[in-house]
Design a protein around this ligand. Structure first.
Ligand SMILES: [Fe+2]
Ligand SMILES: [Fe+2]
Length: 473
């Protein structure tokens, strides 16, 4: 069943058998932080800042609930322009995006300086000049288009999760600025949804406060009042610099537990197991959108792993675990630069080391989500091999359980059969023969047999490319 046609999370209030959605999204928002080149907890802290602004404005509980999820999901589209951003600037997408959050880029001179500093950063003079020429030749709307892709994709993800329209539109208009010189749509003043205005202000406060402290952050946003920010919202921040206890807690305590405390208490959204699946599916799409070379990899690995499990006669709980672990197994790739992931040529030893770090990040991110505690390890060890030749831990047969072995087979089979922009997918018979060459040594023979049996059912998901990874710059 295509992901887009599955039902959205069931929204209910105060039902003990359902999990607060904020618990799942709050923990997973760390993955979005990584993609944006932000420190761990950026989205969660932005949420705390934005909710304080919302409270000062006296917003009603429904609007505060919409604001809460807009703030948590503001970067949901972050991966969709990562490849194109790397191509355009010739540098690490995460470093670039992190830098952009500090730059006052609606000032044309400052934007030019930012581009000069960022183009092919860390590379030789020749490469930097070539990159600048490439950027100069590009249509002036390219930067705007990169931001639009990100905002629209984030909005689509919020919509697919069943969030109200106000949340969807808040994410879509995140980068609009008060004076109309904002990125994607050029909306002006009150045309910009209030929740987007709050989110942009909260986000800017967070990045500057994290780096330079609260006083400097407040000084920066006051300096941009009327240009970037709604002056009435900036006025709400009067006296915040003196609230040292609040700022101290923001940066000094367990941000996730504080996060659940600021969700409007009579509007807590809870999700059932299906709803949790939908969230995992959305994050699989975020991962798959990061690179045009990986297509629908995460989604297909999940379906393949579940299919192998069905052949083996596993029960519904075990199948659900396999499915979720498959969806999230490469979430750590969000923390790896597209300059490396999409490199056209052999990786240097250092680059290879960075790529081989992604299972560690997967374990860390998935392990933060309480409901995924049982699958974090399974999701992480998909590159380990029975003969100990895998990475990054070099586990052997004694350390690899049934689900680990299933996911390893599903991951390889998917990669071999997937259609890539530069090549067609391998026919199933050829992919299966490669798996057979590895069985008994690196892969479990029983799981390879089960993969063959699943293939024979004809239910293997079609290979295909991800929906638009972004336009070429
Ligand atoms: Fe992987
Ligand atoms: Fe993978």
């Amino acid at each position: 069943m295509p992901v887009s046609s599955v039902p959205t999370p069931q929204i209910a209030h105060e039902e003990a058998d359902r999990i607060p959605l904020s618990q799942v999204l709050g923990a997973l928002s760390h993955a979005l932080d990584l993609t944006e080149g932000q420190p761990w907890g950026h989205a969660a802290r932005t949420c705390l800042i934005g909710m304080r602004i919302g409270e000062s404005l006296g917003l009603d509980p429904d609007t505060r609930s919409q604001l809460y999820y807009s703030l948590l999901m503001k970067d949901a589209g972050c991966s969709s322009n990562a490849h194109a951003t790397t191509e355009f600037f010739g540098t690490d997408d995460q470093a670039l995006k992190a830098g952009l959050k500090f730059a006052d880029w609606t000032d044309p001179l400052r934007l030019k300086l930012f581009a000069l500093r960022s183009a092919a950063l860390g590379q030789g003079v020749g490469a930097r000049v070539r990159q600048l020429l490439h950027m100069a030749r590009a249509d002036e709307g390219t930067g705007r288009e990169l931001i639009r892709i990100r905002c629209d994709r984030g909005a689509e993800i919020c919509q697919s999760l069943g969030f109200p329209r106000a949340t969807v539109e808040a994410v879509r208009c995140l980068d609009e600025q008060w004076d109309g010189r904002g990125a994607a749509r050029g909306l002006v003043g009150d045309e910009i949804p209030l929740l987007s205005r709050i989110a942009l202000l909260a986000q800017t406060l967070e990045v500057f406060a994290a780096r330079d402290g609260a006083a400097r952050a407040l000084e920066v946003v006051r300096g941009r009042a009327g240009r970037w920010f709604d002056p009435d919202l900036v006025a709400v921040l009067r006296g915040w610099e003196g609230d040292h206890g609040w700022w101290g807690e923001l940066y000094g305590s367990d941000v996730l537990s504080r996060l659940s405390a600021v969700e409007p208490e009579d509007r807590i959204i809870r999700v059932d197991a299906e709803g949790v699946d939908r969230v995992a599916e959305s994050f699989a799409q975020v991962v798959d959108a990061k690179s045009p070379f990986t297509g629908r990899h995460s989604t297909r690995v999940a379906l393949l792993a579940r299919g192998i499990g069905e052949v083996l006669g596993l029960g519904p709980v075990e199948l659900r675990d396999l499915y979720r672990a498959g969806l999230l197994h490469d979430i750590g790739k969000l923390g790896i630069s597209n300059r490396i992931l999409d490199k056209n040529g052999p990786l240097t030893p250092l680059e290879r080391k960075q790529v081989e770090r992604h299972p560690v990040l997967t374990w860390t991110i998935v392990g933060q989500v309480e409901v995924f505690a049982g699958i974090a390890r399974k999701a992480a060890v998909h590159h380990e091999r029975l003969d100990g030749t895998g990475y990054p831990w070099g586990y052997g047969a004694a350390e690899l359980g049934r689900d680990d072995r299933i996911l390893a087979v599903a991951d390889i089979y998917e990669a071999l059969t997937a259609t890539r922009p530069y090549r067609a997918g391998m026919p199933p018979e050829r992919a299966l023969s490669i798996l057979r060459e590895m069985e008994g040594v690196a892969l479990d023979s029983g799981m390879v047999r089960a993969m063959e049996a699943f293939e024979e059912t004809g239910a293997v998901p079609e290979p295909g490319l991800a929906p638009e990874p972004g336009p070429p710059p």
